[in-house]
Ligand binder design. Sequence first.
Ligand code: GLN
Length: 543
Amino acid sequence: MATHYIFITGGVVSSLGKGIIAASIGAILKARKMNITIMKLDPYINVDPGTMNPTQHGEVFVTEDGAETDLDLGHYERFIQNKMTRYNNFTTGSIYSEVLKKERKGDYLGKTIQVIPHITNEIKNRIIKGSKNYELALIEIGGTVGDIESLPFLEAIRQMAVDLGRKNVIYIHLTLVPYLNVTKEIKTKPTQHSVKELLSIGIQPDILICRSAHEVSKNAKEKIALFCNVSEKAVISLKDVNSIYKIPKLLNLQKIDDFICERFNIIAPAANLSEWDQVIYNEENSKNKVTIGIVGKYVELPDAYKSVIEALKHGGLKTKTKIKIKFINSQDVEKKGVSLLHNLNGILVPGGFGNRGILGKIISVRYAREKNIPYFGICLGMQIALIEFAQNVLGMKDANSTEFVPKCKYPIITLIKKWIDKNGKTKIKNKRGNLGGTMKLGSQICILTENSLSKKLYGKNTIKERHRHRYEVNLILLKKIEKYGLLISGRSKNDKLVEIIELLDHPWFIACQFHPEFTSTPICGHPLFIGFIKAAKKNNITI
Ligand code: GLN
């Protein structure tokens, strides 16, 4: 099957939401029953985002097959509901390391290795490999046109139109159309310049998506079409909206999908967007409101918790509840105390790494446990819950994780050196090895405990959830803890490690070693997030 390609570039400024737009176009095409995939090409030199600071780059999204990827892949999964894989995201760094590996092996037979054709060929190969067996592939190019870094990617996608035939390729360019408050008008010049920049590297866009604070009028569309050499119906206005889930409908109303189908000569049924209409309806008809406190250390950049935020919102969509999120820096809890946790319907401690702010998280979990506030711990949030329980319920004052106190007396969380991976293979961890690539990553099977709340929420015995951590619960110390009203409600199938814990004598206290936020979607939600929001709704704040 010949794949059709849609390449999406961005211009004028960064952060225009290219990922969400790619995902939204994907959602419409999926609703037209097309077999599609989406890829993200990142121009930075890091081999993957795994070791990048979340406050700079946002969350690291983990795929089912265990790849650490750009957060845009989270949008793709939430919008098109296909599972992404390690082939859906690659960086300049990974391209170069592959080319250099081949060069060392002598694969290039002594040739001079150059950006064109060696780097561009590798990029094209990866695009083709990732899109194999799909009718249509949407390829998002990270960065902004004009950046030095993205040039090899743009050159590669330019070549693809020559290789595959222009009729099999569509270029979409996303630009900003600023609105001048003083003169009360929108300005098309930056879009014209951005298209000129693209043309200078040989790419004529077919569709322009114009992000603007206001609707782009028919007149402005005509002008942009004329100056940028595109058809008028291919100039799409994308005004700011209060929910990202409205974007598929907005694009569909302007017939972007009809344009794509006509251009590729694809006959597909009209898009049935009723599921998205329902999402928007639920969002707009949410009666109750809850405030959830996220106690973390990367709170200055909410993108660091993108999937958690979205999964909470999905929990709200499924229960007709408006979610207000209060970000709380765990170090502030250490300095200012629990008053920061007042007036919350629920407390969530998300994943994280390293020592900073751990005490503030322990204080927050204790507060939730003692004050009967619904608590949801994710990955680090589960490890902290166990540390807090051992310290304050069992009186093991020196209980900790060896990640924070390497020689602690009671290492309730520890680095296990030997473990079984998702394929049943025994893996040995090397403490002194590289930081990249030493984690338990990806989907693993977990068996839920009879009569547990977790099992009730999931409504099944066996689940599959994604992991990203190095440390595990120490099973030797666990035996003691279980007697004090803490239930192990899920264990990994292969090595019986702790996957979920819950407190018996508490309105809602669940913490898991995996990341449920990665599998939540606006259409289906996620059982743990839905359960948490329902419990938060019941928690009438008294403080
Ligand atoms: N730092 C902890 C570990 O490596 C938790 C990781 C996480 O929260 N993703 O096990």
